[in-house]
Design a protein around this ligand. Structure first.
Ligand code: GDP
Length: 195
């Protein structure tokens, strides 16, 4: 599935710019610095692919990557950034809502949560947006290598408690470390079943 060439396709700033919905896709959301680029790079085996999403100007775009044959990985940067002017934040949120509620080929959203921090307010908000958009989402804990086993259980409990509040949540939480490789194969397998 991820064996083929992975490429940055385009950054989208308006619904009219979306690529044709001619293949299945999954999207990734998370607070900045959660490890999203690193995870996408680990999934695809590329070192610098998703860094494109973190460059200035790209943070308010929906970024499409092709991964292997016939599906998109979609990076949704931009939630939880505090410093952008309100009109920009509102424009971004509008685009995000339109994308999430209108994309027939979107199979699942992965909401990334830093294993050290657990679910924060902005994470709760994106989960509620996914509920109202009827997009099934699954939580992925990142950077588990930084957290002791006992503390992983605590954060898992917190995340599961949060998920129980969200009708669109898929119950299984994936624990990952892009650094050590934990969970990457599992996540690839999940994506493979979806697309
Ligand atoms: P993004 O803003 O969500 O795209 O975050 P990045 O992928 O740029 O990662 C933010 C920081 O976390 C970087 O310094 C990464 O090296 C670090 N990081 C990402 N994933 C991991 C991981 O699995 N383990 C550890 N220890 N650090 C990580």
């Amino acid at each position: 599935l991820f064996a083929g060439q992975t490429e940055f396709v385009k950054g989208v700033v308006a619904m009219s710019g979306l690529p044709d919905a001619d293949r299945m896709e999954v999207c990734f959301a998370g607070r900045s610095n959660v490890g999203k680029s690193t995870l996408i790079n680990a999934l695809t085996g590329h070192k610098a692919l998703a860094r494109a999403s973190n460059t200035p100007g790209r943070t308010q775009e929906i970024n499409f990557f092709t991964a292997g044959e016939g599906h998109y990985l979609v990076d949704l940067p931009g939630y939880g950034y505090a410093n952008a002017p309100l009109p920009i934040v509102e424009k971004w949120q509008r685009l995000l809502k339109q994308y999430l509620s209108g994309r027939q080929t979107l199979r699942r959203a992965f909401v990334l949560i830093d294993a050290r921090h657990g679910v924060k307010k902005v994470d709760h908000e994106i989960m509620s947006l996914l509920d109202s958009s009827a997009v099934t989402f699954q939580c992925v804990l990142t950077k588990v290598d930084k957290v002791k086993l006992v503390d992983r259980e605590k954060v898992l409990d917190q995340v599961r408690g949060e998920l129980s509040k969200h009708p669109a949540a898929f119950p299984e939480v994936v624990m990952t470390s892009s650094e050590k490789g934990d969970g990457i194969e599992t996540l690839r397998a999940i994506i493979a079943t979806l697309v």
